[in-house]
Design a protein around this ligand. Structure first.
Ligand SMILES: NC(=O)c1ccc[n+]([C@@H]2O[C@H](COP(=O)([O-])OP(=O)(O)OC[C@H]3O[C@@H](n4cnc5c(N)ncnc54)[C@H](O)[C@@H]3O)[C@@H](O)[C@H]2O)c1
Length: 256
């Protein structure tokens, strides 16, 4: 059944904050939560893509998600964005930490600055956004945090040392936050996507041969798209998964 026809009734009117919601998987998540009747805000650095998404969704559904422009590498800007989201939406109950940037790097080209930059754009904000949103979740009696990691860190991919480190770190962080926040009824889980064929991935990294190689490896012989992540994320956000925390969910068509 297409995910647009599945309803998680408890998500109606839930306050949801999504990072990196302007394009790619994040945009599919913004749309997915909006179509559940949730109140959605998203943070992104890409003004043009985010405005276009907001306009399309408000035209199609009559409801606009709240776009908050911020650079998640800037912790003060991130904290201000979390406050703004809570002001606009009400107490946030669901946080999806999705933003990332999967730069490729040759071993010899990695510098201290590029390493720190990668951790800032891929890992650090996951902690600080969770820290900023946790007080709002306490106010609403609990919540669900969904962190986007990747199977990439399990595939021995030599060209992404800093990104792979960050994505592995997200799993450790997920489990630590789950331990800390569980007593307050805040659940923390991670999603590990496989190869998700988005426009950006096709533009930058994926040619037909790479897509064919991954399909050969997968049990499911089709390309996964951003929409394939929506159902799993809705499930982790919803009370349907209320006994589940500190876990990882792999959505890779059976590649691993
Ligand atoms: N696409 C894949 O094949 C794939 C595979 C495994 C994991 N993932 C993970 O899924 C998530 C989404 O992936 P995607 O392919 O949609 O990524 P994407 O690069 O297409 O989108 C990321 C979004 O984050 C935003 N963003 C980037 N840096 C930002 C910053 N400093 N501040 C605010 N916003 C910022 C971008 O503008 C963009 O809208 C990521 O965490 C990624 O690591 C993706």
């Amino acid at each position: 059944m297409p995910v647009s026809r599945v309803q998680f009734h408890d998500l109606k009117d839930r306050c949801v904050l999504i990072t990196g919601g302007g394009s790619g998987i994040g945009a599919a998540l913004v749309e997915g939560f909006l179509r559940q009747g949730a109140r959605v805000a998203f943070v992104d650095i890409d003004e043009r893509a985010s405005r276009a998404l907001t306009e399309r969704l408000s035209g199609e559904t009559g409801i606009a998600p709240q776009f908050i422009h911020a650079d998640l590498r800037d912790i003060e800007a991130l904290q201000a964005a979390a406050l703004k989201a809570a002001d606009v939406l009400g107490a946030i109950h669901v946080l999806v930490n999705n933003a990332a940037r999967d730069d490729r790097q040759e071993l010899d080209a990695v510098s201290a600055a590029s390493w720190d930059e990668s951790q800032a754009v891929n890992l650090r904000h996951v902690f600080f956004m969770s820290q900023a949103v946790a007080p709002h979740m306490r106010l609403s009696g609990g919540g669900s945090i969904v962190n986007f990691s990747s199977i990439a860190y399990l595939l021995n991919m030599g060209e992404i040392p800093a990104y792979a480190t960050a994505k592995a770190g997200i799993v450790g962080l997920t489990k630590s936050l789950a331990g800390k926040l569980g007593p307050e009824n805040i659940r923390v889980n991670a999603i590990l996507p496989g190869m998700i064929v988005t426009e950006r991935q096709k533009r930058l990294w994926l040619d037909d041969a790479a897509i064919a190689r991954m399909q050969e490896r997968q049990c499911l012989k089709r390309s996964l798209t951003a929409d394939d992540l929506v159902g799993p994320c809705l499930f982790l956000a919803s009370d349907c998964s209320s006994g589940m925390t500190a876990q990882i969910m792999i959505i890779d068509g059976g590649a691993l």
